[in-house]
Structure formats: C-alpha cells, structure tokens
Design a protein around this ligand. Structure first.
Ligand code: FAD
Length: 422
C-alpha cells in the first residue's frame, strides 16, 4: 500500500510521519522547494531564518508543543510576553491582559468592565455549543456593548474578514478568546527547523518527500490513483489531500456533484506580508492591530520586539500584514509599488521614521490562507473520507471552531492517522 500525501505543511508531514512510523510507504508531494507550507521560512541571511508570515504559539497549542518536543527541539522553544496593542485615534493602547483592559482609555470604564466580564465568561466556557448560530458581531454588541464592539472587535473582524465580518461565527470568536494565552511561544531560529526535522523523520522512517513538484490532477486508476504532477505521473493506492477543499475539488474531477455542492463552498482569503529590515526599532510593541482607518495594512508585527534583533544580525524586522481576496491587486502587486504605498504610513506610527532606515525588504503572498468562518461554515466541512474510496481529505479548512494554526493542523492529522487505521 503506497500513500501519496499532497502537501508538506504541518498537516501533510504529521500524517506522513504517523503512517511511515507504522511501516506504511508514503510519498509527500509539495510544490514549494521546502516543507512547512504557510509556516515555512526564508533565509534572511546565511543560516538565518524567519517565517514568511509572522508566527507564534499559545500555551494551549499542546499538539504543536508536543511535536516540537518529539522532534528534539524543545530547548529552542521560548516563551515571552511581548506587548500587543491596538492603534486607535493615532495612539497605541496596550490590550493584552485584564490589567491593560482596565487602562484601555478609548472605552469608558463601564464598557471596559463589561468587556472584561464577557471575555472572562468566554474563557471559562468549556465549549461553544450555546454560541452556534450566532455571529461574533451581534454577540459582542449584545454582551460587551455597542461601543466596545465598534472600537475593538468590528475593526478586527473587518481587518481579517473584510465584507464578511458581520457573518463570522461566534464559536470561532469564542475559540480565539479561549485558546489565547498572554505568553507566546517561538522556536528560536525559526519554525522552519521543525518542518525540516519532520520531513527528515519521514525519510528516516522510509518515506519519500518530493519538493518543487506541483500536483495538477488526481484520477482513479485500477483501484488506485494516478497523480499528475509538474514532474510526471505517479500511481498510489491511497491519496490524502491536505489542500483547501476547493483546490482538491479542482484537482479531482471525479468528485461527485453532491460532494461539490456541499463542500466546494465558501470563501477564503489569501495572506500578504511585506517584511522590512530596519537599522533601528520602529515601535516598542510586538503586535499592533491597526484599528485606525486609512492604513494599507491591518497589522504591524515587530518581530524583534519579541526576539532579540541580535538573532538577525542587529536588523529590526517588521511585518506589515493583510488578508485579502485572492484576486485582490495587492496579491500580485510588485514589491516596489507596495513599498511606495506602505512606507509613508510608517511615519504615522513613528514620526521619526525615515526611508533611509530600510536596509532590506521581502514580500510574500499565499492563496487559501484564511478560511472565512461564517455562521454556516460548520455544515460545509468535508469528512476525512471522500466518496471516492481511498481518497482522504484533511486540511486546515476542516479546523473548527478554532482558528487555523499549526497546532490544529497537527491535531487534525493525528485524528486522520487514527481514522485511516480503524
Ligand atoms: C499570515 C499568517 C499568520 C499565521 N500565524 C500563525 C501563528 O501565529 N501561529 C500558528 O500556529 N499558525 C499561524 N498561521 C497558520 C498556520 O501557518 C497554518 O494553520 C498551518 O501552517 C497550516 O498547515 P497545513 O499543512 O494545514 O496547510 P498549508 O501550510 O497550507 O500546507 C499545504 C501545502 O500544500 C502545498 N500545495 C498547495 N497546492 C499544491 C499543489 N498544487 N501541488 C503541490 N503542493 C501544493 C502548499 O505549498 C503547502 O505547503 C498563520 C498563517 C498565516 C497565513
């Protein structure tokens, strides 16, 4: 039995590892040159790695923490409490703890207390069953008050989900609050180390990994599958697709209409990050939610206010991030044009900023990076087992109600490996 696993992100590598450890033959096919998917890194200097998109862990990410331990990297996992703030009316307001909420001046004291009580209620709620069918915006308006919703939550939801913000499911919001910890974890030296180790372990266990290989179609073939790729075709007895269901639907024409009607559904955004290296710090915060209007980016993440700039040759690293529809012009814009558009806004964050501080820059865009978790999302999640015998689907689009993250892709893969063996 040979299994073809499509995608070498957290999900594909975890399931590959589990099957290979059982003595099954696996082949992982990945279009990029490196493993890691959305959590993959790039080399910003010889041997110095950074994620293409900002990444950290929460203490609640137990599956990811366990995987890091199992790969022998526990000593590189560090926990810090960097500052998270919200930009409102031109000022930075720290908002990452109950104490900072009490001091959050854009809201009247009574609204701060109400918001604190509602957040504590969500934290204590063991599961979101009672919240099904409700939207995050309605719920926050009702339980935290219109002002708190307008100042804090609506801009956050709009930044992340655009026009779909009013439809976002309350269970997703519950998970964001419930799973979040003040302490954030980072794999010193970059998460790429984790994915390199996982790919190496797959190979040590007898599996194969193929990079720079794009899957172009999957068709049934004599009780198995023929997978066409940019490098040729390969036959497998079983196929596991870790791609977004829409992508799997596109690549597997034999998926029946009933499956498509239900699961080839919904919208997803792409992610875009402009990464800057400066010769000095820009701000004193790690994470800034940009809630003021008129900025071309929705988050500013100053990575070197979390990890020391010395790790990066003294460079100060900043992500300017966005989620956008996949056909948005930003997703295919040239870096020079994006720099010209974004950089003038840095002066609004730090009036002393000058373009001469910029020493280097990189830009990344990825499709299918953020599922749009609307109220009816749950009903459209595909099961692991597809209607085509031997074809399994497991992707971060099947993570619910938790926000997609490395931890939940690893957890899903562990469940899938169990389901395949039963
Ligand atoms: C901006 C941003 C910030 C994030 N921040 C965090 C964070 O702080 N903490 C956290 O834990 N998670 C974070 N995440 C989420 C995390 O990166 C993902 O949830 C996780 O990496 C998903 O892993 P996956 O294997 O399920 O999917 P993916 O990583 O998407 O893996 C799918 C793989 O399939 C490959 N592929 C796609 N099409 C083809 C094809 N045709 N042929 C061959 N290969 C193909 C892709 O290249 C990719 O490697 C963030 C994501 C983004 C975009």
């Amino acid at each position: 039995m040979i299994t073809g696993i499509l995608g070498a992100g957290a999900l594909g590598l975890t399931v590959a590892l589990r099957l290979a450890e059982r003595g099954e033959k696996v082949v992982v096919i990945e279009r990029e040159a490196l493993p890691g998917g959305l959590a993959a890194g790039f080399e910003i200097g010889p041997g110095v790695w950074l994620e293409k998109f900002y990444h950290h862990l929460f203490r609640s990410d137990t599956h990811a923490i366990e995987m890091i331990r199992a790969m022998g990297l526990a000593d590189r996992l560090e926990w810090h409490q960097p500052v998270t703030a919200t930009l409102r009316d031109g000022n930075f307001h720290q908002l990452d703890s109950p104490v900072s909420l009490l001091r959050f001046s854009p809201l009247p004291v009574v609204d701060r207390l109400r918001m604190g009580a509602a957040l504590a209620g969500l934290k204590a709620m063991p599961n979101p069953r009672l919240l099904e069918g409700k939207t995050a915006l309605d719920w926050t308006r009702r339980w935290m008050g219109a002002k708190a919703s307008e100042v804090v939550w609506e801009p956050l939801l709009r930044n992340k989900f655009g026009d779909a913000a009013p439809e976002i499911a309350m269970p997703w919001f519950w998970a964001r609050v419930h799973d979040r910890t003040q302490s954030l974890g980072y794999l010193r030296g970059g998460f790429q180390q984790l994915y390199d180790r996982m790919a190496e372990q797959v190979r040590t266990a007898g599996g194969e990994t193929r990079f720079d290989t794009s899957v172009t179609s999957v068709r049934t073939n004599n009780g198995g599958f023929m997978v066409e790729t940019s490098e040729g075709s390969e036959r497998f007895d079983r196929v596991i697709s870790t791609f977004a269901p829409r992508l799997t639907a596109r690549l597997v024409p034999e998926l029946p209409a009933a499956w498509r009607d239900r699961h080839e559904w919904g919208r997803a955004y792409g992610a875009h990050c402009l990464v800057l290296a400066l010769d000095r710090p820009l701000t004193s915060v790690y994470w800034l939610n940009v809630n003021d209007p008129g900025y071309p980016f929705m988050a500013m993440v100053e990575h070197t206010n979390y990890l020391p700039a010395a790790d990066y040759g003294g460079r100060h690293l900043i992500y300017l991030g966005n989620y956008r529809p996949m056909d948005d012009p930003l997703m295919s814009a040239r870096k020079d044009a994006v720099l010209d558009e974004f950089l003038p806004h840095l002066e609004r964050l730090n009036p002393a900023f000058d373009r001469s501080w910029l020493t280097d820059s990189w830009m990344f865009a990825a499709p299918f990076a953020q599922p749009i978790v609307t109220v009816d999302y749950r009903d459209h999640i595909p099961p692991f087992r597809s209607p085509i015998p031997g074809l399994w689907t497991a992707s971060m689009f099947q993570v619910y109600p938790h926000d997609r993250g490395q931890n939940y892709s690893i957890a899903l893969a562990e469940r899938l490996a169990g389901a395949i063996s039963s």
